[in-house]
Design a protein around this ligand. Structure first.
Ligand SMILES: N=c1c2ncn([C@@H]3O[C@H](COP(=O)(O)OP(=O)(O)OP(=O)(O)O)[C@@H](O)[C@H]3O)c2ncn1[C@@H]1O[C@H](COP(=O)(O)O)[C@@H](O)[C@H]1O
Length: 109
């Protein structure tokens, strides 16, 4: 499978200029940052609820579905600011191999 983040990133970039009538992503851009952040907040809450339910036997598929919604709307938020998954992946690359405990200690000292 081609990298879905690359493919989706290209579509999201194109949707910044597209008509809001024909595109959900363009309609979010047209509605503005508050609407995008409201969706990120909603999807975040739905992900938390699904994960908590899964801890007690609920559907793992629901966790995947809600996390995909959260990631998708987070990508739209980044795109609205002229950013993309690339900057986030670069930051994760930078952190790779750096223990969270060591990183926190370097901030506290
Ligand atoms: N991955 C997604 C994706 N995930 C979720 N969604 C939409 O996100 C919305 C989720 O909102 P909710 O579940 O809260 O549903 P809702 O009640 O209809 O939403 P609201 O009315 O509350 O805003 C739904 O409309 C989903 O269809 C997505 N819409 C688009 N994409 C990707 O973005 C591409 C571009 O989409 P368009 O801009 O619509 O062409 C698509 O080809 C897909 O690859």
């Amino acid at each position: 499978m081609d990298n879905i983040l690359e493919k989706l990133g290209a579509v999201l970039e194109e949707r910044r200029q597209a008509s809001p009538d024909s595109s959900y992503v363009s309609s979010l851009h047209a509605a503005g940052m508050d609407k995008i952040l409201k969706k990120v907040g909603e999807e975040s809450a739905e992900t938390l609820i699904a994960a908590k339910a899964a801890e007690f036997g609920g559907s793992l598929d629901d966790v995947v579905y809600e996390t995909a919604d959260l990631w998708f709307h987070s990508l739209v938020m980044l795109s609205h600011l002229g950013l993309s998954h690339k900057e986030v992946l670069k930051e994760l690359e930078r952190r790779f191999g750096l223990s969270g405990i060591d990183e926190k200690a370097s901030r506290d000292s």
